[in-house]
Design a protein. Structure first.
Length: 276
């Protein structure tokens, strides 16, 4: 029995179907508004798929439209384009959407070459020839996947700040928060007494108050924490608690934010009706 093929959850655009019937030898400048618009829209969405900005996408679409004697307006988002082409008598509107995007400089360079030469060469080609040429460009793979590029950007960001700077800042904030929380009556910080062993994470309970209520009170003060099992039920059982509240600190947090956390925690029992 043959395994069932998984279908894509998006529509592929059959660009060659937008070309005029029996128009294989007709220059695109003499083609219908539909054929002209298909070239403009396809080039626009291809530019967008390379990770370039809306200005370059719109500029390329306008350059093609001007060369073919029509006008084009486009609404360009991060992953989509809605555009309308008009030749003075007829109009064509289409919405196009990407399933993913990423930087592809090889494809981008070929597309820019296509735009530069369209006025002298491209506009004299048929729509079928142009779409075949764009087929070749579309098959160009990027040197790196979006995931690899994202990882590279993250590594570069960390390198600029420096691990030592990050660790020093995180430890300073953790010490400040740990000292503040330990000074509050009926607040119990789980784990080590040493800030160095918390790696920026402080998990705590407040007597008589459920962690979800603690989280709600802190949220009303603009302090974001997590409450619950933290995907660590066996550890919580070992520590003798059913659930807890967790505050996570990083180098980009500030001492003022730590003080806001401690102040908000200090007021939880009173606001829940248990006194100080």
């Amino acid at each position: 029995m043959q395994p069932e093929m998984i279908r894509k959850n998006h529509m592929d655009v059959e660009w060659h179907e937008y070309t005029d019937e029996n128009g294989q030898n007709t220059p695109v400048i003499n083609a219908s508004i539909t054929e002209k618009a298909s070239i403009i829209g396809r080039v626009g969405i291809m530019f967008l798929s390379c990770g370039t900005g809306a200005w370059r996408v719109r500029s390329s679409m306008n350059a093609l439209a001007e060369a073919m004697g029509i006008t084009c307006t486009a609404d360009i988002g991060l992953m989509s384009i809605e555009y309308t082409c008009f030749d003075g008598e007829n109009g064509f509107t289409q919405s196009l959407c990407l399933t993913n995007t990423g930087v592809n400089t090889s494809k981008l360079n070929r597309l820019e070459h296509f735009i530069r030469n369209f006025e002298t060469e491209g506009k004299n080609m048929s729509g079928e020839e142009l779409h075949s040429y764009l087929d070749e460009i579309e098959r160009i793979h990027g040197l790196y996947s979006p995931a690899a590029l994202g990882l590279a950007a993250a590594i570069d960001y960390i390198d600029k700040i420096g691990f030592e700077t990050m660790q020093e800042s995180e430890l300073t904030l953790t010490k400040r928060a740990l000292e503040g929380l330990k000074a509050i009556p009926k607040v119990h910080v789980l784990g080590s007494e040493l800030a160095e062993e918390h790696t920026g994470i402080l998990t705590f309970t407040i007597e008589d108050v459920h962690p979800h209520d603690v989280s709600a009170v802190l949220e009303s003060d603009g302090v974001a924490v997590r409450a619950g099992h933290h995907c660590a039920q066996p550890l919580l059982e070992y520590l003798g608690v059913r659930s807890a509240t967790r505050a996570s600190l990083m180098f980009y947090n500030t001492e003022e934010e730590v003080d806001a956390l401690v102040k908000s925690v200090a007021g939880v029992r009173r606001r829940m009706g248990y006194g100080e």
